[in-house]
Design a protein around this ligand. Structure first.
Ligand code: SF4
Length: 335
């Protein structure tokens, strides 16, 4: 039976990945098309698609522990044992995942063996005592949040909430959808965005929070209005069916552990900018699809997706293995 691709998906991460390396974008979003090139290569790509770097893994667990903590804050006053339960659970899950990653095999695809660390798959160096170090970082990220000025604000909002949303740990694709059916250029596109948390205060203000880890780029210092948060605001407007003039939306990007905050109030100009940016991105993506047809989402031949010139990016790329193997197939016309 011919393969039916899923709809084209546009998110900040897909757009960032495409700019980072087109080949990596292909491996991630068009994995099943590799079957035409080589069935084993597709399976190996599926295997590598599920692995994460040690740094990303720490970021994911920071996200989880903060999500658990925010959920617990809803039950005020916070049970004294709750904090211990949250940190113990985080350490337990991380230990299980780390042990699994360290002992699993990385040669043959097994759909039941999903989790893995890039460093284990590629035999790369990890810090000494890597598990303890990762647990320490995640726990101290939670502590950085708890001792920040922002903690008091967020706790107050959550306690006196009118409505509060905290992202689930498991992705909920339905909840992630940004419904833009009224825009003809986007009618076939699956647009996804989900902030870590947002609250509606009693006086009707919408406040969106998103956590970030890692280095704060110069670009963010120059321009505190991140693209990602503008998408969240757009999503909020489409969900509430309100115009930006009738609603107050503030949004904040919080860097953990420094707790530096970037953001502000959303204006009409931001909504217009992000709407245009999404359409422009989809137009660019369509250049890599057969007949520029977004509705079929059928990619051009894999060799049309270029490798990055910046080989430093390859040092940490989870697809390095398959990317190298693919070179032997790419001299042929495949489609
Ligand atoms: S190994 Fe390098 S060129 Fe290949 S997909 Fe990864 S980043 Fe791109």
């Amino acid at each position: 039976m011919p393969y039916t691709p899923p709809p084209l998906s546009r998110s900040i991460s897909s757009s960032t990945l495409r700019n980072h390396c087109q080949k990596k974008y292909y491996f991630n979003y068009y994995t099943n098309w590799l079957k035409k090139t080589n069935a084993d290569l597709r399976l190996e790509t599926l295997l590598l698609k599920n692995i994460a770097s040690y740094k990303m893994w720490i970021g994911t667990h920071t996200h989880f522990i903060l999500s658990d903590y925010l959920q617990a804050l809803k039950t005020w006053p916070l049970d004294p044992s709750s904090l211990k339960r949250i940190t113990d659970l985080s350490a337990q899950v991380m230990s299980q995942e780390f042990d699994f990653s360290a002992t699993r095999q990385y040669e043959t695809y097994d759909k039941n063996q999903k989790f893995g660390l890039n460093e284990h798959a590629y035999n790369k160096e990890l810090p000494s005592e890597p598990l303890q170090e990762a647990i320490r970082i995640v726990t101290s990220n939670l502590e950085a949040f708890r001792s920040s000025a922002l903690h008091e604000d967020i706790s107050t909002y959550i306690r006196d909430w009118h409505r509060v949303f905290i992202e689930d740990k498991e992705p909920n694709f339905e909840q992630m959808k940004v419904v833009l059916d009224h825009v003809p250029e986007l009618s076939w596109v699956n647009i996804r965005a989900q902030p870590d948390a947002w609250v509606v205060t009693k006086d009707g203000r919408y406040i969106i929070y998103d956590r970030k880890s890692g280095t704060i780029r110069d670009e963010r210092r120059k321009n505190p209005l991140s693209e990602q948060l503008k998408v969240y605001a757009l999503k909020l407007l489409t969900r509430t069916k309100k115009n930006i003039e009738d609603i107050s939306i503030e949004w904040y990007e919080i860097y953990v552990p420094s707790m530096e905050i970037f953001g502000g109030e959303i204006q009409d100009i931001h909504i217009q900018w992000i709407s245009d940016k999404i359409i422009s991105d989809v137009t660019t993506i369509s250049d890599y699809l057969h007949d520029n047809d977004v509705s079929t989402n059928k990619p051009l031949a894999v060799e049309k997706f270029l490798r990055t010139d910046d080989t430093k990016k390859c040092d940490t790329c989870r697809f390095k293995r398959v990317c190298d193997k693919l070179k032997t197939f790419e001299s042929h016309t495949l489609f």
